[in-house]
Design a protein around this ligand. Sequence first.
Ligand code: COA
Ligand code: HC5
Length: 519
Amino acid sequence: MWAVCSRVMVKVGLAKPHGLVNPCHLVKPVSATRVTGRYLTHQSGLPCLPVPPLQQTCDRYITALEPIMEVDELKHTRELMEEFQKPGGVGERLQKGLEKRASNTKNWLSEWWVQVAYLDYRMPVVIHSSPGLVLPRMDYSDKQGQIRFAAKLIAGVLDFKTMIDNETLPVEYLGGKPLCMNQYYEVLSSCRIPGLKRDTVVNHAKSSPPPKHITVVHNFQFIVGEDGMCGANYEHAPAEGPPIVALIDHVVEYTRKPETAQSPKVPLPMPQKLHFNITPEIKKDIEEAKHSMNKLAQDLDMRVMVFSHFGKNLPKAHKISPDAFIQMALQLAYYRMYQRCCSTYESASLRMFRLGRTDTIRSASSASAAFVKAFDDHSRQNTEKVDLMGKAIKAHKSYTNMAISGQAIDRHLLGLKMQAVEDKISVPDIFKDSAYNKALHYHLSTSQVPSKTDCVMCFGPVVPNGYGVCYNPMNDHINFAVSSFNGCKETNGALLAQALEDALLDMRTLLEQTPRAKL
Ligand code: COA
Ligand code: HC5
């Protein structure tokens, strides 16, 4: 039996259809340590997301395409980019529009991003958008234990919510810089309301029939199993993984605290069973939803691999960024399976900026391509291979630094496209180019989500013939979840997980056997 304790309720009456709503606070702040205004003071001190220079993005876009495109395909794209950015051209006009938007908003991207990446996306959120999280097995194995744990878990979530409401949540830092904390204020205070009864593929901007029932999708669901298996899933629109994981870490720590037996000061009323009025029409909808959910689940292959040979300590001891090391292992694994490089997405945090979400680290670079092509080439010396590995890692690290400082290309390109839509001018040719589609067809969609608790985070692929790879690097091991679709003949999650394990081990061997220059 599964006990599902869904998240707190929301004020549905205020909700706009097909949007995110923030209802009034449901758990009243109670602490004497409340620091009113601390959140706003912190937020207003954060820098605004910059609009990168137009030419820089155009140049970097071509560079990013090199490892995934043929030379002759690139020629055409180069011409389109030149036309786009010529003085007085459409690129300059859109750039000016974006800069104006940036000076008039807290974040030029955030509203567009939530709309494009989440609310307008017409695939079911389950698998295609909502991430999952599996906790380490809890130490109970019966119904009584399940109920106790569920109660503690709810108390832990409310404890975290009190910190949010009291504005006492510790500010987080990345590379010594304070991060935007807004996502914490969204995650337990908003819900998503699909605009249509069925999530059919329609263009909402044009017309949509009025909803028959309003369905509220709670952001957060915890799953507490009778056998000690527990986890969570959440609707992705209001927050990235890291704030969710911070909440989970807090809750798990809370549930591990020794219980202080307290009897309530006033007798509590007996719990009341909630009765739902399920009409035959609703019952039919539930059956249909169950059927399509099962179909989706059956098509998903989710491989969890606990890589136990080493964790982030090993690359660190070699003065290498663990994230760059893992990403290069993924590049090697993919190349070994397909003999080509693919468009690869890695999430980069934009939380250094007010209301920042993510940008894309394009992990496939010319340097990574040179490295993976050389790795199994017996005519190459190990000294050359380790040198190429060093260059690939360095390229990845510098892309990461550029992305987290708001200078990557993907959100800027999206912004330019959205600006054209906003200005009601035709979308420039660079966005109709097959290279743009190819660049956005992420065969590898990846994300690092670290946690204190030894948990496994997962999400689905973003294209029918791709993989989703989420990883949690701990000190001495790395938890991976590799997803793919069973219905796709091109992909095989088990093989990619195996190739990844081999790549990580082979890269360690190369490092340990070959003296190399400092990276
Ligand atoms: N030598 C020794 N140690 C190094 C090193 C080097 N050359 N480079 C990095 N390290 C250390 C770091 O100091 C850090 O140490 P810590 O474990 O004590 O914190 C550790 O190795 C990890 O660093 P690294 O692997 O480089 O990754 P990162 O923590 O900088 O993360 C990103 C990189 C891209 C994942 C991160 O910047 C980011 O954007 N994260 C958010 C992603 C996200 O939002 N995901 C979810 C989306 S929903
Ligand atoms: C509990 C872990 C959640 C991780 C979710 C995640 O990484 O989402 C990415 C968000 C972003 O904007 O990069 C998207 N991705 C799943 C497609 C990588």
